[in-house]
Design a protein around this ligand. Structure first.
Ligand SMILES: Cc1cc2nc3c(=O)[nH]c(=O)nc-3n(C[C@H](O)[C@H](O)[C@H](O)COP(=O)(O)OP(=O)(O)OC[C@H]3O[C@@H](n4cnc5c(N)ncnc54)[C@H](O)[C@@H]3O)c2cc1C
Length: 341
């Protein structure tokens, strides 16, 4: 429905069911699709007093209740090569581009650096929020900067890689500056030749087998592996990994190792071990289990799934149950990777 007080096409009481990959049927008080930077500036300045929620592809969000205020779906488009050098290119991508389509574009153009990040759902603008990563590569490895607009005063600011404070599935935008900025575009550097292939993670090497190692074969292998492990969001609502892999001190790890010899973990930094959250959940026999309309995926214990008609509250209740039991058994605090609203 058109908001009569504005020339902007703001819809009221809009169902977000098709706007989040978990398929949660939650209503947004107001919903607006942002198609240009001017649109974005206007809608923000006309709605200064309202609560703003930014939405990309909805693949990392769990809606647990009616979303009050204004939900802005980012649909800014454009991919530009802004500098071309002998060995690399600098590319500017607008926040509303689909991440995987962009990866395909880079691979088809022979630009290397994000082929391991093939098939991650969502939009480009959300990629810096949690510094998306997979198969040994993170966004930060190719990232130069991102442009943002401040939600409150519409000032524009560019953050370079260092200033984004990237970490494992995190950045300043998920922490100190949560809900302050809208990312409108990102700038990344990719290789044109002398690509640094990263095939040591997962089973990429085995999947490629005797074929030539190049951008296309790596991307293809990653897509195949991901399809075999993760549920297709079009068939089974989910948000990918629900929890982060907890990082613990080595003394705690050695203690756990004595008690649970098969615990899965690897050293990440001096004195720090990253524990497989999937292993912890599987150990507690949650893999394949369901409560009401929400379940733990049978092939990957880190993924919670919508068995049909699930509500955000049901998701939260299963997530809380798992978190509680993990803590009771291992004294480890699981943190959600997804944004819970
Ligand atoms: C099957 C599956 C597999 C996945 N695999 C991976 C994986 O391998 N690695 C990985 O890192 N993630 C993975 N994810 C999680 C998810 O795809 C990423 O986090 C992705 O970047 C989210 O993008 P989105 O556009 O859907 O963001 P949304 O879910 O729409 O939003 C996520 C958060 O970012 C904020 N946000 C979105 N866009 C903007 C913007 N332009 N400016 C400011 N804030 C914004 C939102 O407010 C919200 O807080 C997976 C998800 C699924 C469903």
């Amino acid at each position: 429905m058109l908001n009569r007080n504005s020339y902007l096409d703001i819809r009221s009481n809009y169902s977000l069911e098709k706007s989040n990959t978990f398929g949660l049927d939650v209503t947004s008080e107001s919903f607006y699709i942002v198609k240009s930077l001017n649109d974005l500036r206007n809608v923000l300045s006309e709605n200064k007093t309202r609560k703003i929620t930014v939405l990309g592809g909805g693949s990392n969000i769990i809606f647990t209740k009616f979303l009050d205020g204004l939900c802005l779906k980012i649909d800014l488009k454009g991919i530009d090569i802004i500098e071309e050098h002998k060995n690399n290119v600098i590319i500017n991508v607008m926040a509303g581009e689909n991440w995987h389509d962009f990866v395909k574009w880079t691979v088809n153009n022979g630009f290397g650096g994000i082929e391991n990040l093939s098939l991650i759902p969502g939009l480009v603008g959300a990629a810096p929020i949690q510094n998306i990563g997979a198969y040994g590569v993170e966004l930060k490895d190719v990232f130069i900067s991102c442009k943002t607009i401040n939600i409150k005063d519409q000032t524009e600011k560019e953050f370079d890689e260092k200033n984004c404070l990237f970490g494992y599935r995190t950045s300043r935008f998920k922490n100190i500056d949560k809900n302050i900025y809208i990312i409108t575009s990102i700038k990344i550097r990719l290789t044109k030749e002398k690509h640094k292939y990263n095939i040591s993670y997962g089973s990429i090497k085995e999947e490629i087998g005797n074929r030539e190692i190049n951008l296309k074969s790596i991307s293809k292998a990653v897509i195949k592996i991901r399809k075999s492990k993760l549920p297709d969001t079009n068939l089974l609502g989910n948000c990918g990994s629900f929890f982060k892999n907890p990082v613990i001190h080595e003394s705690k790890y050695f203690e756990l190792k004595k008690k649970f010899p098969s615990i899965s973990a690897f050293k990440v930094e001096k004195n720090q071990y990253k524990v497989s959250a999937a292993w912890l959940i599987e150990f507690l026999k949650y893999k394949g289990k369901s409560i009401g309309n929400v379940g733990v995926y049978k092939n990957q214990a880190l993924v919670l799934i919508n068995l049909g008609g699930a509500t955000g509250k049901e998701v939260l209740s299963l997530a809380n149950k798992i978190t509680y039991e993990v803590y009771s058994t291992f004294k480890i605090n699981l943190q959600p990777e997804v944004e819970i609203l």
